[in-house]
Write a protein that binds this ligand. Sequence first.
Ligand SMILES: [Zn+2]
Ligand SMILES: [Zn+2]
Length: 350
Amino acid sequence: MAQAGNGSMQAAFLLKPETIAIREAPRPRPGLGEVLIRVRAVGICGSDMHLYDTGRIGSVVLQEPHIPGHEMSGEIAAVGEGVTSLAVGQRVVLEPGLACGDCPVCRSGRYNLCGAVKFLGVPPYHGCMAEYIVAPAQWVYPLPEALSFADGAVVEPLVVGLQAAAQGGVGPGSRVAIFGAGMIGLVALEAALARGAAHIWVVDVVERRLGLAKELGAAVVNARHEDVVQELRRQTGGGPDVIIEATGAAPAITAALKAAAKGATFVAVGFIEQPTIALDYTAIVRAGIRIETVFRYANQFPLALDLAVRRRDRLARLVSDRLPFAETADAFAVAHARQEGTIKVMVEFP
Ligand SMILES: [Zn+2]
Ligand SMILES: [Zn+2]
């Protein structure tokens, strides 16, 4: 991997839960097959917030000062030996899960499940909230001219939405219910629309988020005021045949499975709040529900870049807050506060 180069840079470090500080760090140098990227925008993800809030993510525990962030765009500042596909000055985005490429799941194309993956931003691998990062050229894609750096940093979450819609088998005629009108739910909405779904319902408890989902073309159900199962069954005429679950909350999961049409596909994409939840297994089996799980993504970046160009203005509406890199600590505080209008908080570099 990268060695420290001459010179230094500024990077935002998570020191302990809820504490971010900008510190000097050695500027990395690209090795064989790698590029040095000058970072221009980084979105704050739900997974970054998990680490920020609790000091852990899954089984990974924050032990040392850690650079968060994996939803990034930037420009090539230097190329390492052997890199011919990218040139200095080129605008790019990064696919942040660096899979090994060689294990059985990588070889099968499901490299999101690689046991040796280095996912930038998840300890022990530093992320992108720094002036410069180094990454293998094979995981770096040119950013289309029509997209700004902030647009580019939204591509990674859009990829998650595309993965969910693909695993749900969404197509023309699908009746899709999306649980959760946060970033992942709303990019799943874009992905479902792009795959031709004509009928999409979005379920949430925050009226402001539902308002945005409605403006973006979904029918909405407010789970705080309405009986979700009854409403979805009635409005879809028997239940949705694809469900994209992006809340991770047990009551939403239970309601979603109950509302589903017979033979429906249930796609789990949310972070689960508690590790185990009780489900009516018999009812799920009898209804012939197919359960799909989304752990990150594979092979979706080129498609997402294409979609991001065509839906640029809609995706830009999901960026609710923009702060400069010098105010990264404030950016995390904004994301942490979880105001109703906060969808995606973007950190932008000069
Ligand atoms: Zn993310
Ligand atoms: Zn692998």
